[in-house]
Design a protein around this ligand. Structure first.
Ligand code: ZN
Length: 600
């Protein structure tokens, strides 16, 4: 048994104090280490950098502690019991690390619990203590770690069978709001931290619908005592991380539903999509998981070409299940889908990187995006979701609707997730072929391992959905559902760059391959001063350029660092990178039935 005790020792200084006791240690010098990354977020984050003080004792005697590498210590105590004491600085408001102040505390085990190397399979016990003082007497604890006390949401002792389990249950503490509902007889909680006005009853109602849908989809809820949606509501932010019986979500408080608003706003739709995504992960990635993620080495990168299947397929089903459950309309779903297509079409990186490579290189490319990212990489989330859609529609086409991706996922759950068999690099492909009887070799070679465009217009026509690409009509245009009686567009000149507003001053963030900005020699970081003799602002820049005739050029002044430069900007029209989808009006009964099969 490895014993831990954690206390927010100085919330105002963002410091947790951890004590860890190991009864029997390595005579040759016991190693202790902290992970460099957390499952579900594929980037080296070096959590050990936040350990600010550490010491070791054996009995009452201080013993020497030697640093072996950036995240590993060796304690020389000739075996026997060792107690480590250390403090962890926690001031990263994300779902991946730890955060502590006088309003709440949050941590992932990977940020705070050292691992006793070689003893990873030992059971663990954690005592979670409240910060000292009157100010904290209302604080409660939300986690799905197994509690040994009767009091729900209380401070006290928690247990885990091994280190992996210990660090897969984040812990929230503070004065969060809490509500519960049941799915398959298992209590599901939602804890919301941060100021908000959310309608807790509605959240419970809608989340229950999504959870029950996913349980029905896979045929069962994996074994667990309880599940928790742990939500941090902030002014601006978005993110989620999946765990084996909980998820940590970060969202805008305005995305949560208010009591007075009945409709599903764009923000609430996004929140439901995020919750749906993380809950789908209970099966796809937490239990149906790549072979290499079983007992994953958390000290360094672990590569797989399969993230498209774990994130892409999950991204496909997260929104699809919102329309299948009736939480959103078909038009609303097509709007979401059109926006995903638009996001993919706007990056020329899709011509350079396959989603298999994008998966493999997630550590250094997708997770470390710079100003050239749209030109160099493709998202295994967005393109992965489109490959999942194309795969689903291809299977439906070749089996006359008798099989679908649903059947493939169900079988993968039965044969891999359910029995905890790791998924090999080609097993998803093999299973898709076996379950459907369709020869999909070309499909996978082309759409996973090459950069060829997906035939979405053709495939979507099978289910009565129209598809069109057009140019963007404004810098806010994300694509969506086609409006009937739209006027034909007048081609307009565009900059060919993504621009941010630096206190109202336009600054180039990304220069797109082949666009006007690149041809003129503009670069990321350039601050645009004037266009055609007129002072440019973040709000008038696009209009200044759009008002020029296509096929000429204009003078554009910009600062590069502190040097004023003159650029000759060609006036080029926007490329057709914005997707519109629509439900065809006059379709026959057969097509309508196929659409129903897909969306119901
Ligand atoms: Zn995900």
């Amino acid at each position: 048994m490895i014993e831990y005790q954690i206390i927010p020792i100085h919330p105002e200084a963002h410091l947790f104090k951890v004590e860890m006791t190991v009864a029997e240690t390595d005579k040759a010098g016991q190693l202790f280490s902290l992970p460099a990354w957390i499952l579900g977020s594929y980037m080296i984050r070096d959590f050990a950098k936040n350990i600010v003080q550490i010491e070791a004792r054996s009995g009452n005697k201080k013993v020497p502690l030697e640093k072996v590498d950036k995240q590993t210590w060796r304690v020389h105590a000739e075996g026997g019991e060792i107690t480590l004491s250390y403090q962890v600085y926690a001031w990263d408001l994300s779902v991946r690390t730890a955060h502590l102040d006088i309003t709440h505390g949050y941590f992932n085990g990977t940020s705070v619990f050292l691992r006793a190397n070689g003893l990873e399979n030992e059971p663990c016990r954690v005592e979670v203590l409240s910060p000292a003082g009157e100010a904290y007497k209302e604080w409660r604890v939300a986690t799905t770690l197994t509690s040994t006390s009767e009091k729900p949401l209380g401070f006290g002792h928690y247990t885990a069978h091994d280190y992996d389990e210990l660090v897969d249950h984040p812990v929230e503490m503070g004065t969060f709001d809490y509500a519960e509902f049941e799915v398959n007889g298992v209590p599901h909680g939602i804890a919301i931290t941060g100021r908000h006005n959310a309608d807790m009853d509605r959240l419970c109602r809608d989340l229950k619908v999504i959870c029950e849908h996913h349980v029905g989809f896979f045929g069962e809820l994996p074994k667990m005592d309880r599940y928790l949606f742990q939500v941090m509501a902030v002014g601006d932010g978005y993110g989620g991380l999946e765990h084996r019986s909980s998820t940590s979500l970060l969202c805008k408080r305005s995305d949560l539903p208010c009591v007075s608003v009945e409709e599903v706003t764009d923000g609430y739709r996004q929140f439901l999509g995020l919750a749906s995504h993380e809950y789908f992960h209970l099966w796809n990635v937490k239990r149906i998981r790549p072979e290499v993620f079983k007992q994953a080495d958390l000290s360094k990168e672990v590569h797989t070409g399969l993230l498209w299947a774990f994130e892409g397929i999950t991204s496909y089903y997260d929104d699809l299940s919102l329309v299948r459950t009736g939480l959103i309309t078909r038009e609303s779903y097509l709007e979401l889908l059109a926006r995903v297509i638009t996001r993919v079409m706007r990056g020329s990186g899709r011509h350079k990187q396959s989603i298999s490579d994008s998966s493999f290189d997630a550590w250094t490319k997708f997770y470390k995006q710079d100003e050239n990212a749209p030109n160099a990489i493709v998202s295994y989330y967005a393109k992965g979701a489109l490959v999942a859609l194309a795969l689903d529609l291809t299977i439906r086409r070749h089996t006359a609707g008798k099989k679908s991706l649903d059947d493939v996922m169900h079988a993968i759950w039965q044969e891999y997730g359910r029995v905890d068999l790791g998924v090999g690099e080609h097993d998803v492909e093999r299973m898709a072929e076996r379950v459907t009887g369709v020869d999909l070799k070309d499909f996978f070679d082309t759409f996973l391992r090459s950069t060829e465009e997906l035939p979405l217009a053709d495939l979507l026509s099978d289910v009565g959905v129209g598809y069109k690409l057009r140019e963007a009509i404004s810098s806010e245009d994300q694509g969506g559902v086609k409006k009937i009686n739209d006027k034909p567009l007048q081609p307009k000149a565009v900059l060919g760059a993504r621009v941010t507003s630096d206190a109202g001053v336009p600054k180039i963030a990304v220069v797109f391959d082949g666009g006007a900005a690149q041809l003129a020699g503009l670069a990321a970081g350039d601050v645009i001063v004037a266009v055609d003799g007129i002072r440019a602002t973040a709000s008038n820049l696009h209009e200044l350029i759009a008002s020029q005739d296509i096929g000429s050029s204009i003078e554009l002044y910009a600062f590069r660092r502190d040097e004023l430069m003159l650029f000759d900007l060609p006036t080029l029209r926007a490329v057709d990178d914005t997707c519109e989808l629509w439900l065809e009006q006059s379709v026959d009964a057969d097509l309508l039935a196929k659409c129903d099969q897909w969306l119901q």
